[in-house]
Design a protein around this ligand. Structure first.
Ligand SMILES: [Ca+2]
Ligand SMILES: [Ca+2]
Length: 663
């Protein structure tokens, strides 16, 4: 599969090389360096740009920011070779909105994506970093989690300047590292023997990283300028990493809960891969012409918090060196929701080992890349180019413009940062809180009542920064919904619940009766007309004693039609007095049996007339179907019809009333 991906990249590149040929003459137009010196220096226009966006990595979860639990030698090397930005904030405090800020150069009062449900796309006409680079002849590739529009929406990456996007379009899909498939340019790339959640053979992130490496290598070898957007999903949960990964070896024996060890190992894996990437740039001799940026995507969470670790095992928002904490966490608009590790590296251009206090955020990335490449900055961008900061004001010949203020909004919360002040409103009707971060970095002392003029100013600024969100649209939603169900391996079941909105208050599974029932431990399935193997809805699930598992007839490929049959060997001749049926216990009632008959035999292949015919309800409690006492060892269940006229059948448990025939 990796080969086919490479082929796709190669063919894309060939097409591009042919199509773009003359694009070079367009290049100098957008260049905004002022001085002659810079114009000369800009001979080297069209630098490569690699943006590594790591999902969830908290501010203090890297070595260069002081972590005591996680080692990141390669990222520390990156910091030593580049510039660290302690005050460069995320665009938002959650995944999709922050990606939208990063890609469009707008703050969250102007973006189209301001909710995090996964169903909100970019609008068709919105420019992104990739789309402004395209006219300059860049190859553009994205790898990992998109989050800015599901399949068949106006927000898909291939409509926003990306030649290639490989990974997850939907965030819920991205929750599993063992998806049944990934997406490449809106089409599915199957990962055989993957079943969603933590079940499967192929760890998706390895494929994503390999594809990113291939993209960079292929374009560098073709002397094609490229933009590589590495929106890597680790260490976002589900916290999975193969035991065979070298990073697991580093943390598996730590005295933390397993999830905390997995999380640390996922960061360790990313660190190793960043090291590979930096080595690759040197190997390809493109180090001197490549800007690499590394950052988290939103503020860290207090993962694995306990009495011993009140801010989490890895203290994403608590400085392990000083004990000083950022207030809040992912999802909030205090400092802790927006602080991310942030590095930029470009040997020979950016001063190695430097730290820059510039106060900015994700909207600044698009104008920065635009200036470096000579791309045109779209109108209505909120960010500022960081080029004077990155290269030095003297080198560039102008001073770094500063933000009047930074603005964020999410889920009814609003925040403004101006200098060392942060104003936060946690709900539209709430009062503003005001913090002086110079003296109170933990935002513990609300000064709103003592600084009413400041509060009034920030209230005005917030009102002026906000305009209503205008989202993109879908032409159809079935493939998007399918991608979300793929998280749980239920992509083929259109009636399966959405994994995010699945009822959390579902009643506990029903309990099968035991009184007067045959013991089922030695039973075997002799025959099933069909079963859904891809979704692990095996026939054996109907007799495994677990109400949470169920048999479902085949609905992938060619749908198996009724009647659906199951033949069960009871292991010994018995006197059978009836049957107990338990419907599937999850939120769906797909395949719930309506009309059924049972037959009993001494032979597994020959059954006479049914002993009973029954009509069952959709109820999720056990339903009894008595029959005249009949001796036999084998039973045949024949489903004639399911509720709702469906062609499926499903059974959580099948019990048999009766007793073993006395010897
Ligand atoms: Ca995130
Ligand atoms: Ca079962």
């Amino acid at each position: 599969m990796r080969e086919s991906l490479k082929l796709t990249i190669r063919s894309l590149r060939t097409t591009l090389l042919r199509a773009i040929g003359a694009a070079c003459c367009l290049l100098p137009a957008g260049l905004s360096f002022d001085s002659q010196a810079q114009a000369a220096d800009a001979k080297n226009v069209r630098p490569n740009v690699i943006y590594i966006l790591v999902d969830e990595l908290g501010y203090y979860e890297t070595g260069f920011n002081g972590s005591r639990t996680i080692q990141t030698p390669n990222l520390d090397r990156f910091a030593a070779e580049g510039m660290r930005f302690p005050n460069l904030f995320a665009g938002s405090s959650v995944c999709a909105p922050t990606r939208c800020c990063l890609l469009t150069g707008k703050h969250s009062g102007h973006t189209s994506i301001r909710v995090n449900g996964g169903g909100t796309p970019l609008r068709a006409e919105e420019p992104t970093i990739a789309s402004i680079l395209k006219p300059l002849g860049y190859a553009t590739g994205g790898f990992g989690k998109w989050g800015c529009g599901g399949r068949d929406s106006t927000g898909v990456p291939e409509l926003h300047g990306f030649d290639l996007f490989f990974g997850y379009y939907d965030q819920v899909h991205a929750h599993t590292y063992y998806p049944p498939y990934l997406i490449r340019n809106s089409e599915e790339v199957p990962l055989p023997d993957n079943y969603g959640r933590s079940n499967g053979k192929t760890y998706s992130h390895y494929l994503i990283h390999d594809a990113a490496i291939d993209f960079i290598r292929d374009n560098a070898q073709a002397s094609m300028p490229f933009f590589a957007y590495l929106a890597y999903t680790p260490p976002h949960g589900i916290f999975d990493i193969p035991d065979t990964d070298p990073a697991w070896e580093l943390y598996k024996d730590q005295p933390w809960p397993e999830q905390a060890r997995r999380y640390a190992a996922m960061v360790g894996m990313i660190d190793r891969q960043v090291g590979e990437l930096l080595d690759l740039l040197a190997e390809l001799s493109i180090d001197q012409n490549t800007l690499v940026i590394f950052s988290g995507d939103n503020g860290g969470f207090d993962y694995f918090a306990s009495a011993d670790y009140p801010r989490g095992v890895h203290s994403a928002n608590k400085d392990p060196r000083t004990g000083i904490e950022f207030r809040g966490r992912k999802g909030e608009l205090y400092e802790g929701g927006l602080r991310v590790p942030f590095l930029a590296r470009w040997p020979g251009k950016i001063t190695a080992g430097s730290v820059n206090p510039f106060l900015g955020y994700f909207p600044d990335i698009l104008p920065t890349i635009a200036e470096l490449s000579g791309a045109e900055i779209p109108p209505a961008v909120d960010g500022l180019s960081l080029v004077p900061t990155l290269f030095g004001e003297q080198v560039v010949g102008r001073s770094q413009p500063q933000h009047e203020y930074l603005y964020w909004e999410i889920a009814g919360q609003t925040a403004i940062r101006q200098g060392t002040w942060r104003a936060v409103r946690t709900a539209p009707e709430a009062n503003w809180e005001l913090y002086d971060l110079a003296n109170d970095p933990g935002e513990s002392l609300d000064l709103a009542t003592t600084q009413p003029e400041l509060v009034a100013k920030f209230d005005r600024l917030a009102a002026s920064a906000h305009s209503p969100a205008v989202e993109g649209t879908f032409t159809r939603t079935d493939r998007h919904e399918r991608d979300r169900r793929a998280k749980l391996g239920q992509q083929d079941d259109p009636n399966a619940p959405d994994p995010l909105t699945e009822a959390v208050s579902r009643p506990p599974p029903a309990v099968m009766p035991t009184e007067g029932m045959l013991e089922n431990r030695t039973w075997k399935i002799v025959r099933a007309t069909s079963e859904n193997i891809a979704n692990q809805k095996f026939a054996a699930n109907a007799i495994d004693g677990d109400p949470k598992t169920h048999w479902h007839t085949r609905f992938t490929g060619k749908v198996a039609k009724p009647p659906h049959e199951l033949v069960i060997d009871l292991g010994a001749e018995s006197v059978i007095r009836g049957f107990v049926y338990l419907a599937r216990q999850d939120a769906s009632s797909n395949g719930a049996i309506k009309d059924v008959e049972f037959a009993i035999s001494d032979s597994p292949v020959e059954f006479g007339k049914p002993v009973v015919h029954a009509t069952l309800t959709k109820d999720k409690t056990p339903q009894s179907v008595p029959c005249p006492p009949t001796a036999g060892r084998y039973i045949l269940l024949r489903v004639l019809a399911a509720h709702g006229g469906q062609e499926f059948a499903s059974v959580a448990e099948l019990g048999v009333m009766g007793e073993l025939k006395s010897q």
